[in-house]
Design a protein around this ligand. Structure first.
Ligand code: ADP
Ligand code: MG
Length: 337
């Protein structure tokens, strides 16, 4: 069946049935606005992200289920980066009228599975016909105990820079897909089904020892750049300490020259954060409790915002801090959120 046969309200009805209800939801899908509870002593976190077909995703190598997963996961990652817990989601969806309903159902299944996996609920959205590409706008609301949210602006000279998990997997998978190669199942999973580090973000924020935090969506260097600019400090990354996966290192043998993806690749959805050196053992312990390694990859220094890269010989060179900009060069292969 095509979407124009099912119709807007037919689709909303299906979404409503599948979304179900969840804790704190007084009224979900079906009214003019959702009515939701947030606990006493909690602050509300809100974030939104757009995904546009051919700009952020391509159905030639993306399954609808994976797209649904990713559309939700990248939003949950923003809540994780503040140290919060995701609660409520909104889905704006524009598709061409001749879209197969099966494709939308697949997308929805992936999106709802990811939503439920984190104890959140889909409570609203909007549905339109698109004259061309799919456009997906997801908004997430989360909560954080009063005063525990971690911003980008708290890094202090003398802090160390840490990152969770491994870097470059997603970007390497994407590069290989574009070249018609088959990435390993692990690398492909890292690209198509990123995991938002929600538990880790919450644990780090609750420790009270993290001074600044961001999720790695644009790439390690660019996202550290966001912290440096917001905090008004300089920083350094030690290239020889960047954590990479076994699969990443193996695949580099067939794709030489791609090592840079650990630094600039993007879409890792790991957490990048800063803390005093003396707090590193405690933070490592917190991360181990949720099953994730964290690695010290650099340091914060006194100075106007700029980033230095230290190579294996101890040489320090400046790094361009511009990062990814959707409007900077429209010929750039876009796959960033
Ligand atoms: P309105 O005319 O007030 O915008 P709609 O008919 O667009 O109302 O939506 C009816 C209900 O369905 C609302 O609760 C809205 O949040 C929800 N809704 C619409 N589209 C979606 C969607 N794609 N995903 C989840 N909920 C949706
Ligand atoms: Mg509407």
């Amino acid at each position: 069946m095509k979407l124009n046969q099912l119709g807007e309200f037919g689709l909303i009805d299906r979404i409503r049935q599948q979304a179900g209800s969840g804790s704190g939801v007084v009224r979900g899908i079906g009214d003019d606005a959702a009515v939701l509870e947030v606990g006493a002593g909690e602050q509300l976190l809100t974030s939104t992200d757009l995904l546009i077909e051919t700009c952020h995703f391509d159905f030639t190598w993306t399954r609808p289920e994976d797209l649904g997963h990713k559309a939700i996961a990248v939003n949950l990652s923003d809540i994780a980066a503040m140290g919060g817990t995701p609660r409520y989601l909104y889905l704006g969806l524009a598709c061409p009228g001749d879209t197969e309903v099966d494709r939308i159902e697949g997308f929805l299944a992936g999106a709802l599975r990811q939503t439920e996996a984190h104890g959140a609920t889909l409570v609203g959205g909007d549905t339109c016909r698109s004259p061309g590409p799919w456009v997906i706008a997801v908004t997430v609301e989360g909560v954080v105990p009063q005063g525990e949210a971690v911003g980008r602006d708290g890094a202090r000279p003398g802090d160390v820079v840490l990152v969770s998990g491994t870097l470059g997997d997603s970007a390497l998978a994407f590069t290989m897909l574009q070249k018609g190669q088959r990435p390993s199942a692990f690398l492909a999973g890292r690209h198509h089904r990123p995991e938002a580090r929600v538990e880790l973000g919450r644990a780090l924020a609750a420790s009270g020892r993290v001074t600044a935090m961001i999720d790695v969506s644009d790439g390690l260097a660019a996202d550290l750049g966001h912290i440096l600019r917001a905090s008004g400090t300089a920083g350094l990354l030690d290239l020889s300490s960047l954590p990479t996966s076994e699969d990443f290192r193996q695949s580099l043998q067939d794709n030489p020259g791609m090592a840079d993806l650990a630094l600039n690749g993007g879409e890792d959805y790991e957490l990048l954060f800063t803390a005093a050196d003396c707090d590193v053992p405690l933070l490592r312990k917190q991360a181990a409790r949720v099953g994730l390694p964290v690695t010290v990859v650099g340091e914060i220094r006194v100075g106007a915002p700029h980033l230095l890269l230290r190579d294996g010989h101890g040489r320090e060179t400046p790094c361009d801090l511009r990062g990814f900009d959707h409007f900077a060069d429209s010929t750039e292969p876009a796959d960033k959120t």
